[in-house]
Design a binder for this molecule. Structure first.
Ligand code: C2O
Ligand code: CU
Ligand code: CU
Length: 537
């Protein structure tokens, strides 16, 4: 507990260094230490089975190509939860997983049956502005919108979620999102080679924050709006602390961080405490060329990983835990720094906390250790077929080009990119059609981790510089890249004090000028305006 409140004090000092005097003063009055017990210290039982999506129901797989799918945005269950409901071929779906093949035509009618405007964005897909659902045109209550597009992307796990600027966080938190599983020949070949079957040995794991008191109530305090909306628990496939009965064999997991703000440091641990290494097969934009051995992976909001885990070495009756390990998100901040300006002398933040927030909804801070899911080994499995040496033939990375600097920072009460916040009338970034650009994204030492996402294009990470020490053990090459940097990405986490260079190829198949968005996927930061428009000619 002391570690996490220390994070917070250091962040506050950091914000003060950035000149956030007034806001910091207001904000420190709200600072609190978490009142929830540390989840790692008091492990509760894993007593709910993990929902595994099948051919219908919640997250059920719905073949979406070559037909019109009707998604109805609706309230779900009466406690504030929202969902996309669909019906197809006599089956009912909630937040269906849309299964499509590369090259297929997709027609989706979105019916807004919420009491507020919404719009759906197809995160990670190559898309024209008219279908991107970027929030600049909204679907009013009782209104409909017809999306039609061709799937241009490689096989991979993408997702759809609401994007009405200012209420994205609220709607996504309450459950209004689903997966998009794109398949192609590489994917079909790999599945056959691994002998994995969706719904049995290939399973999506969708991680999302929960405040267990009033799980679908979204009411951020000013502090939540600034730092992000953290819960006291994490749901996996909409279930807190689930277990999955498994066979002692290989499983493929497709993991999405659908949470508002939390970053995960994901690792598998055997029941004897020993880490269970796994293979990274793919990232946001699809399969890697070769499987990458890993012991842990950071997963920020909106990022996806495709991993292969082998339970064959675990005795029947034993278990493996998927957990998020402890880390210090503000590692770049020196432990001692100046106090926030505007904080009355002689009063510590912790005292303010204790006084100010009694009875507040508990939450666990970013970087706190959290057990997520327990795998129980129930029987021996068949021997694993050999892993193919090449998983796929990904397109070559774009060449390096002139650098465009993008600075992530905080001023006048808001998170900013190049000192700017979102304005619908401006396009601070203009890229020529067909241009290749290198973006140098720099995050201040005194900042927070920001999960930077670009609409419409997959990009490659070229290099990391001045990364915090917590990445040191994950570095895989001389350019300081980590395992997930080896694949195609649409979202990249930039740590405080770090610079990340990415390469983007702005070629696109659409006629005319297109508008895209570049924003932080901490949904509170996004709703607060940490988002710029990108015009591509
Ligand atoms: Cu998933 Cu504009 O984002
Ligand atoms: Cu997006
Ligand atoms: Cu951010």
């Amino acid at each position: 507990m002391s570690m996490t409140s220390a994070h917070r004090r250091r962040l506050l000092r950091g914000l003060a260094v950035l000149g956030a005097g007034t806001l910091t003063a207001a904000f420190t009055r709200g600072v609190r230490t978490p009142t929830a017990p540390e989840l790692c210290a008091v492990p509760g039982p894993f007593d709910a089975p993990l929902p595994v999506p099948g051919g219908d129901g919640r997250m059920g797989r719905l073949a979406a190509g070559g037909r019109t799918v009707v998604l109805r945005a609706t309230s779900y269950g009466g406690d504030g939860a929202l969902a996309f409901a669909a019906r197809a071929d006599g089956h009912d779906y909630i937040d269906p997983t849309l299964v499509v093949r590369t090259g297929e035509r997709v027609a989706i009618r979105l019916e807004n049956r919420l009491g507020e405007p919404t719009v759906a964005h197809w995160h990670g897909l190559t898309m024209d502005t008219a279908n991107d659902g970027n929030g600049e045109a909204l679907i009013e209550p009782a209104g409909n919108f017809d999306y039609t597009f061709t799937v241009h992307n490689r096989a991979g796990l993408y997702w759809y979620h609401p994007h009405p600027h200012g209420t994205t966080a609220s709607q996504a938190y309450r459950g209004l999102f689903g997966l998009i599983a794109v398949e192609d020949d590489d994917e079909v070949r790999l599945r056959a080679a691994l002998a994995v079957v969706p719904g049995e040995t290939e399973i999506p794991l969708v991680l999302q924050e929960r405040r267990t008191r009033g799980p679908y109530r979204y009411a951020p305090s000013p502090e939540d709006a600034l730092l992000g909306w953290y819960g006291d628990a994490v749901a996996v496939n909409f279930t807190v602390r689930p277990y999955l009965d498994v066979t002692g064999r290989r499983y493929r997991f497709r993991v999405l961080n659908a949470g508002n703000a939390r970053n995960f440091r994901l690792a598998f641990r055997r029941d004897d405490g020993v880490p269970l290494p796994f293979l990274l097969l793919g990232t946001d934009g699809g399969l890697l060329e070769r499987a990458q051995p890993c012991t842990e992976v950071f997963l920020s909001p909106a990022e996806r990983i495709d991993v292969l885990v082998d339970f064959a070495g675990i005795a029947v009756g034993g278990y493996v835990l998927l957990e998020s390990r402890a880390f210090d998100p503000m590692q770049a901040l020196p432990p001692r720094s100046v106090e926030p300006e505007g904080a009355p002398a002689g009063e510590t933040h912790d005292m303010r906390a204790a006084a100010g927030r009694a009875g507040a909804s508990p939450h666990v801070q970013d970087g706190a250790p959290m057990p997520l899911l327990q795998f129980r080994i129930r029987s021996r499995g068949p021997d694993a077929p050999p892993l193919p040496a090449r998983l796929s033939a990904p397109p070559a990375p774009p060449p390096a080009a002139d650098e465009r600097p993008l600075r992530l920072g905080f001023a006048k009460g808001r998170w900013r990119i190049n000192d700017r916040v979102y304005e619908k009338a401006a396009a601070p970034i203009v890229a020529a059609r067909n241009a290749v650009e290198t973006w140098l994204i720099r995050n201040y030492h005194t900042s927070m981790p920001h999960a930077m996402h670009l609409h419409g294009f997959q990009f490659r990470v070229l290099e990391r510089e001045t990364s915090p020490d917590l990445l040191a053990s994950l570095v895989v090459d001389s350019r300081n890249r980590i395992g997930t940097d080896l694949g195609w990405k649409d979202t990249v986490l930039v740590w405080p004090g770090e610079s990340v260079k990415i390469a983007i190829d702005f070629r696109h198949p659409f006629t005319g000028e297109q508008i895209y968005l570049f924003h932080c996927h901490n949904l509170e930061h996004e709703d607060g305006g940490m988002m710029l428009r990108v015009r591509v000619g």
